[in-house]
Design a protein around this ligand. Structure first.
Ligand code: AHR
Length: 498
């Protein structure tokens, strides 16, 4: 197979946004407890946070971290997680049928954010709670002092306000599984009331209203229209969530999952702009794609327990090369939509459908999905380019006629660096890709890395998490302004020029 990709520095989409490389920490399974927080671990700091995990979070290149949920937040009482730890109540977590010990709460999480060098993205509970509790949490976090909640934060040892800028107005309120699930009208009203009251405390907050939990939701589209009609003036972003997995052995459709993400984003943009036109508004709503990943949602790993354990092994998916190729392709999709997708969160960060895995008191290791995320975060810089891909197509059961090759590129004008991220979605055939870079003048190849394996279902192991890391692709070479490279089947690659 043969494909061409044409690049031109004049054809830009938008700047690369650091917030595209966000992640998500939920009180779910072992994401918090024995994930980021494990006081008995040899690398734990004075707050009980694992420094070996923080080192991998930094290596992953994570920008923002959404917290504390997820479905968990819709039953969460944030006040349970503040003050002396020994006085905090244990609670039933209905979302994951677990016991929440409340050892970690907002103050601990914020300390972790500082240590990990990430920006927080805080979610409020609009499932079992409402406007007042959201205001109380905002006052606790962002007011300097002199009020009940802010002085309580100071009494608890955090003198300076946390100054959290991004806030999510609930989580997946369109989902029947959500505690306090609402109709679009009910949720739109509550979100608008909460948003406008939060802005009375701080007009400069960035507020994310809940969009759909996936493009397969029966209410998709109409939900966005109704919710945005109710909240348009009070919010900045609308959320999108999407998870993918290989079903019934149909690898080709799974590898093309980014087509669904592309269509999802385009539909939300169209809907938001239709609301804008009807309101004669000038402001544009942008997208926070704040849950996305590969998730084998029907697998045994995702069955909730029956006996209310603390930090059970839940959603601990073990990822393959094909899963990593899809993750890399989903990042390509997010990047090419950088004009409207201004923030995104890989769900999740540690242990729970995560690129980083831990053993309680033991090792930390990287899943296959770690690598495309880390490399894209590290090397996507400057402007996202609108690339012209001419690819052979193949038939997939889910998407019909599907391009085999998908790509995006970024251009750092000052440094003169060009990074190309490209996937070969063919299940069985290598594809030669020719990237036309003549518009950049004389450029040389800096690096070509490819993630692939003879067995697309091969998985990294805790003992050897580097075994399936991307390897130099020796076929890559630039001649006469054209970069030629051979991409093996089911592969993700990064090509860097300067
Ligand atoms: O990330 C796992 C779960 O997926 C989240 O809690 C929920 O928001 C979504 O359904």
């Amino acid at each position: 197979l043969h494909a061409t990709v044409t690049l031109d520095p004049a054809f830009t989409v938008a700047p690369v946004r650091r917030r595209t490389f966000g992640a998500f920490v939920e009180h779910l399974g072992r994401c918090v407890y024995t994930g980021i927080h494990d006081p008995g671990h040899p690398s734990a700091d004075a707050d009980g946070f694992r420094e070996d995990v923080i080192a991998l979070v930094r290596e992953l290149g994570v920008s923002t971290v959404r917290y504390p949920g997820g479905n968990f937040v819709s039953g969460y009482r944030w006040e349970d997680g503040i003050g002396p730890v020994e006085q905090r109540p244990a609670r039933l977590d209905l979302a994951w049928h677990s016991t929440e010990p409340n050892t970690v709460g907002v103050d601990e999480f914020m300390r972790w954010c500082h240590k990990a060098g990430v920006e927080p993205m805080m979610a409020v509970n609009l499932g079992t709670r409402g406007v007042q509790e959201a205001l109380d949490l905002l006052e606790y976090c962002n007011i300097a002092g002199g009020t009940h909640w802010s002085d309580l934060r100071r009494a608890h040892g955090t003198e300076q306000p946390h100054d959290i800028r991004m806030w999510c107005l609930g989580n997946e309120m369109d989902g029947p599984w959500q505690i306090g699930h609402k109709t679009a009208e009910e949720y739109g009203r509550l979100a608008a009331e909460t948003a406008s009251a939060m802005r009375m405390i701080d007009p400069g907050l960035e507020l994310v209203v809940c969009g759909s939990s996936g493009s397969q939701m029966a209410t998709f589209g109409e939900w966005e229209r109704t919710v945005l009609a109710a909240t348009y003036d009070d919010v900045d972003h609308i959320s999108a969530h999407s998870y993918y997995h290989e079903a019934d052995g149909d690898l080709a459709s799974f590898l093309a999952s980014a087509l669904d993400m592309d269509a999802f984003v385009d539909a939300v943009v169209a809907t938001a702009d239709a609301v804008r036109a009807a309101r004669k508004a000038t402001k544009r709503i942008t997208i926070s794609f704040d849950e996305w990943n590969v998730w084998y949602i029907d697998a045994a790993e995702s069955k909730v327990p029956t006996d209310w354990p603390v930090a059970p092994r839940l959603l601990e998916d073990h990822y393959s090369v094909a899963d990593a190729v899809v993750v890399g392709n989903l990042l390509i999709s997010l990047l090419r939509h950088s004009d409207r997708v201004v923030s995104a969160s890989l769900a999740q960060l540690v242990n729970v459908i995560a690129p980083i895995m831990t053993e309680p008191g033991g090792r930390v290791w990287r899943q296959t999905t770690f690598h495309p995320f880390a490399l894209t975060s590290r090397h996507a810089h400057g402007e996202v380019l609108r690339v012209e891909v001419a690819s052979p197509t193949h038939e997939t059961a889910r998407f019909g006629d599907t391009p085999v090759v998908d790509a995006v590129a970024t251009h750092d004008v000052e440094a003169g660096d060009v990074s190309v991220f490209v996937v070969n979605r063919s299940v069985g055939e290598a594809t030669t890709v020719e990237v036309d870079v003549r518009a950049f003048g004389a450029v040389r190849l800096v690096e070509a890395l490819t993630l692939a394996d003879a067995d697309p279902h091969a998985k990294a192991t805790p003992d050897d998490d580097g075994a399936l890391a991307p390897r130099p692709n020796a076929t890559a070479a630039v001649t006469d302004g054209r970069l030629r490279v051979e991409l093996p089947p089911v592969s993700w690659s990064m090509l860097r020029l300067s």
